[in-house]
Write a protein that binds this ligand. Structure first.
Ligand code: ZN
Length: 291
C-alpha cells in the first residue's frame, strides 16, 4: 500500500500561526494573511509578525545584550565579594577560591534570571475561533503513516503547538495539525472518511516534557529551511511544546461540516446491493480525542 501523502506545510497564517500547505487558505476567519517560509520577503513578514519591526527587533537584541553584560559583571562582583568574606573569616587559603566561585555562580544566576524577565517576549498568535458542535462520536481506524514531531510517535494524526512562556502566560508561536487519513466508525453504524490533510483539535494538547529533540529539529528545518544558525529572533522560537497524537482505536468526537458521499460497492453488484455511503468532511474537520 502506498503511503498517503500529507503535503508539506511551507506557509503560515500570520493571524493564528497555523501551518498551511502551499496556496492554502486559513480557516480562522477574518482577512487572510498568509506568508510562505520559502519566499524571502514573506519570511520577513513572518519574522515581523513574531518579533515586530526591524527597530523593535533591534531593541530586543539590545535588551538581550545588556542582560549578558549584567550576568558577567554581577558574576565578577560576586566573586570578589565571596572571596573577601572568606578572607575576612579565615585568611588566605583555598576557602577564598571556593567562596569566590560560589558567589560568582549565585550572582550570575540571579542576574540571568533578571535578564530573562526583562527580555522582550515575541508576539503570540491570535486566538482561534470558538469550535462549534463536535458530537459525531466514534472510533478511528487506519494505518499509522505519520511520525509526531515532538514525541516521535507513529500515529494517524497529530497536533503540535510551539509556545513561549512569557510573563502573562503562554503565547502560541506556531500550530500544525494533520492526518494521513482515517475512517471514523460512528456509533450509529455510519462511517466518516477523513482524507489526508489538515485537522483542528478541539482541546488544548498536553505539554510534552520528554521532547525528541532530533525529530523536532528535523521537523522545524523542513518547515523553515532558510533559518540561519546565527539568527537570534527566528519565527519558530519556543520554550514549551504541546502535542496531541491520535492512534487507531482511539475514541473521538468529530465536528465541522460533512457531506454524504455515495458510491456503488462494485458495478457487478449494483443491482443486488445497496449503494455504500459515508460522510466526508467539507473543509477542515475538528477532532476531540476522548480519554
Ligand atoms: Zn489563521
Amino acid at each position: 500500500m502506498t503511503t498517503p501523502a500529507v503535503p508539506r506545510r511551507c506557509c503560515l497564517c500570520l493571524r493564528c500561526r497555523t501551518a498551511l500547505f502551499a496556496g492554502g487558505v486559513c480557516d480562522c476567519g477574518g482577512t487572510p494573511q498568509v506568508a510562505c517560509f520559502e519566499v524571502p520577503a514573506e519570511r520577513e513578514a513572518i519574522v515581523e509578525a513574531c518579533w515586530g519591526s526591524v527597530a523593535e527587533r533591534e531593541q530586543v537584541r539590545r535588551i538581550a545584550q545588556r542582560g549578558q553584560r549584567r550576568v558577567l559583571a554581577t558574576s565578577m562582583g560576586s566573586f570578589s565579594l565571596g572571596g573577601t568574606v572568606a578572607y575576612g573569616l579565615a585568611g588566605l587559603g583555598p576557602g577564598v577560591l571556593v567562596w569566590g566561585m560560589l558567589g560568582s555562580l549565585t550572582g550570575g544566576m540571579l542576574a540571568r534570571h533578571k535578564g530573562i524577565r526583562e527580555r522582550k517576549a515575541p508576539r503570540g498568535a491570535e486566538a482561534l475561533p470558538v469550535v462549534g458542535d463536535v458530537s459525531l462520536r466514534g472510533t478511528v481506524v487506519g494505518e499509522h503513516h505519520l511520525v509526531s514531531p515532538a514525541s516521535a510517535e507513529l500515529c494517524l494524526a497529530y497536533s503540535l503547538e510551539l509556545r513561549v512562556l512569557a510573563g502573562d502566560g503562554e503565547r502560541v508561536m506556531y500550530r500544525d495539525a494533520v492526518t494521513c487519513g482515517f475512517v471514523a466508525e460512528l456509533g450509529t453504524g455510519e462511517m466518516v472518511q477523513v482524507p489526508a490533510g489538515r485537522l483542528r483539535f478541539a482541546d488544548e494538547a498536553p505539554e510534552i516534557l520528554d521532547v525528541d529533540n532530533l525529530e523536532l529539529e528535523a521537523y522545524i528545518d523542513d518547515i523553515d529551511p532558510h533559518r540561519m544558525p546565527s539568527e537570534e529572533l527566528y519565527p519558530l522560537h519556543f520554550n514549551l511544546v504541546r502535542e496531541e497524537v491520535l492512534f487507531s482505536g482511539d475514541e473521538v468526537e468529530l465536528g465541522g461540516t460533512f457531506e454524504r458521499e455515495t458510491r456503488a460497492k462494485n458495478s457487478a453488484a449494483l443491482y443486488r446491493d445497496a449503494a455504500e455511503s459515508h460522510l466526508r468532511p467539507v473543509g477542515v474537520p475538528v477532532v476531540r480525542r476522548l480519554r
